[in-house]
Design a protein around this ligand. Structure first.
Ligand code: ZN
Length: 346
């Protein structure tokens, strides 16, 4: 089985709600758990800490709106630090609890990642999707000490550091202001700590700011191609070329609404559209710049890729599309390991 390393999941919220049995045995819901990871060849990935919104694009009314583009969701309100911190602690603690089951390592280096995989444990990277729980640079250092190695300055809501891109279709990602002064300081501090910066939810101005400030490869952990699906969350060809110039990487998001050319939040059918996105990413980023970023437990999956156990079907579709085994192994896991080495050092 081809090993898969994945750029993004929102699984930790389910562990907070349901405990480690959700991981060890599954509960028949969602997209990810240990049995399904094993069945699909998933060897590791980025486990996101994400602060749930009191209201936002995940609620039912918003989901219904997103079934019928055009739509333009307003940006959710900023969440204050005091409100965010308990959620971030609970999700980080949930990841630590998964590690104590002996089935998963929280990895902080490329060599540690390889060791975990070789030992048959899931290699988990602690990622934070939106920096609401980081009030200052002292806190960033403490989170780093706790294992944080990847950070998106914003989810699709404003933070002290910048402005997220709202969910809209059709829309360019150029929706507002870029990083704040604190956001610029955050980028520099992440560079010095070698915390990977994720541009996936930034608007275009914020993306440009990270691109001009950061000395690390640019990484969009879970994003798709704007030239195919005109979602505000997807990357324009200009952005893709900027990522390519930095020796960076894009992880293809499996979210149906970001893949579909019509932008509808309905399950994508078949693999042809995903392969079009991958072909386009490969054209611009080359064979070393394309990877996977599922968004398991955070998005509406394609019909034929309903959960982690179905990953071999995607691999099979790549084979049928004519990708060779070397390229497939790069996309499936090796490119993630490569960009982490370039970002973290060994
Ligand atoms: Zn996301």
């Amino acid at each position: 089985m081809i090993p898969v390393f994945d750029g993004h999941n929102d699984f930790l919220q389910r562990v907070v709600a349901g405990g480690t049995d959700i991981w060890l045995k599954g509960d028949g819901t969602g997209h990810l758990d240990l049995p399904r990871a094993r069945a699909g060849g998933l060897v590791g990935g980025f486990f996101a800490i994400w602060i749930p919104a009191p209201q936002g694009p995940n609620d039912a009314a918003a989901a219904a709106l997103m079934e019928n583009p055009p739509f333009a969701m307003p940006l959710p309100d900023e969440i204050p630090f005091a409100q965010a911190l308990p959620h971030a602690f609970a999700q980080a603690t949930a990841l630590k609890a998964l590690e104590r089951t002996g089935t998963l390592d929280i990895v902080t280096s490329a060599s540690g990642l390889r060791r975990a995989v070789a030992a048959g444990r899931i290699a988990a990277i602690m990622h934070m999707e939106g920096a609401e729980a980081i009030p200052d640079m002292d806190a960033l250092h403490l989170w780093h000490a706790a294992g944080l190695r990847s950070l998106g300055p914003v989810w699709s809501r404003p933070t002290a550091y910048g402005h997220g891109v709202p969910f809209a279709f059709p829309s360019l990602p150029d929706t507002g202001n870029g990083l704040t002064g604190s956001g610029r300081a955050l980028v520099r501090e992440c560079n010095s700590l070698r915390i990977m910066l994720d541009v996936s939810h930034l608007n275009e101005a914020g993306f440009n700011d990270v691109a001009s400030l950061s000395d690390a490869p640019l990484v969009a952990s879970h994003s798709c191609v704007h030239a195919i699906s005109e979602s505000s969350r997807n990357l324009t060809d200009r952005q893709l070329r900027t990522i390519a110039d930095s020796q960076g990487l894009v992880g293809l998001n499996f979210a149906s609404s970001f893949l579909r050319a019509d932008g509808r939040r309905l399950p994508l059918e078949g693999f042809d559209t995903m392969l079009r996105h991958l072909d386009h990413l490969l054209d611009i980023l080359g064979e070393d710049g394309v990877a996977l970023g599922s968004d398991f437990d955070g998005a509406l999956m394609p019909r034929d890729l309903p959960d982690a156990a179905a990953l071999p079907a995607l691999i099979g579709a790549m084979e049928a599309h004519g990708y060779g085994s070397t390229l497939i192994r790069k996309i499936a896991s090796e490119n993630w390991i490569g960009v982490l080495k370039r970002t973290w050092g060994e």
